[in-house]
Write a new protein. Structure first.
Length: 279
């Protein structure tokens, strides 16, 4: 009888053991790949610290960054009278950040020539609003002159709104001191016509207020018969309002206090004479 080679079949238990070993080895390989190999390859350049490039010339950057396995790209430019042209103004990532090798550093550099920008309207703005508007327009604050005025706002600007000027230019401003003239007194409006009173009020740097008309037979029609504050009263702070003529009927005679700090005038209005009926 010829010899026969008999291959012994594995039992079900042996089969499951071998399958388990294969699965365990596969799991180990997966863990090694994700927790050892990938971190080593992807984090290989994280030890590079981004240097401070501000103030450096572009011609110096190529070799300087190549020695540190880094690159650069100019993303934007800005003009600055106090900085040398083609030098680094800003960078991203910031100095001190940890990056991978070969990382690109994005730069904002100082332009050789300023760009032309549009001058914004600054009149009637507060100082804080002016600072934000100039920053958005890439302009800067120049000399500030304070002028007696009741409102602490911009009264004049050295460059007209809408005009094209070089980026980074200084804009001089005239701003109200918020108090007006220190020696400002309430003008004497008594006996003046509405137009005369209006002229005096505006010439004094005050504002017109709500007109009040009252019937009065003692004064000429259309003239000021009362005012508050009285003539000569100091008006060194606050907003002041005055009154000009405004037609009202007799039933609309106003008897109310003036606004705080305001100048209120009352214009006389002749009453029609009553007719006497004789029986």
């Amino acid at each position: 009888m010829a010899n026969r080679f008999v291959i012994r079949t594995q039992t079900r238990r042996d089969l499951w053991i071998q399958v388990g070993i294969v699965l365990l080895l596969s799991l180990v390989l997966v863990l090694l790949f994700f927790f050892v190999y990938l971190p080593w390859t992807t984090n290989h350049g994280e030890s590079i610290t981004v240097p401070d490039l501000k103030g450096m010339k572009l011609e110096e950057l190529e070799d300087y960054l190549a020695e540190r396995d880094l690159r650069y790209e100019v993303q934007d430019s800005a003009f600055d009278l106090e900085a040398p042209p083609l030098s680094v103004k800003e960078q991203y990532p910031k100095a001190g950040a940890k990056v991978k090798e070969g990382r690109k550093i994005y730069l904002t550099v100082i332009a050789k020539n300023p760009r032309m920008v549009t001058m914004p309207e600054l009149k009637d703005m507060s100082i804080k609003s002016v600072e934000m508007a100039l920053k958005r327009a890439r302009l800067r604050m120049g000399d500030i002159t304070y002028k007696p005025h009741l409102g602490p706002f911009v009264l004049e600007q050295s460059v007209a709104a809408g005009q094209k000027i070089p980026e980074g230019s200084a804009v001089d401003l005239v701003i109200g001191n918020g108090q007006g003239a220190n020696d400002l007194k309430a003008p004497d409006l008594l006996g003046k016509t509405a137009e005369e009173a209006k002229f005096v009020i505006e010439a004094s740097g005050l504002n017109l207020g709500v007109p009040i008309t009252a019937s009065d037979t003692a004064g000429a029609a259309g003239t000021v018969i009362r005012q508050n504050p009285l003539p000569g009263i100091s008006l060194t702070f606050g907003l002041y309002r005055a009154v000009r003529a405004h037609p009202r009927t007799k039933s609309q005679v106003v008897n109310r206090p003036p606004a705080s700090g305001g100048i209120t005038g009352v214009l006389g209005k002749k009453c029609p004479k009553r007719r006497t009926h004789h029986s």
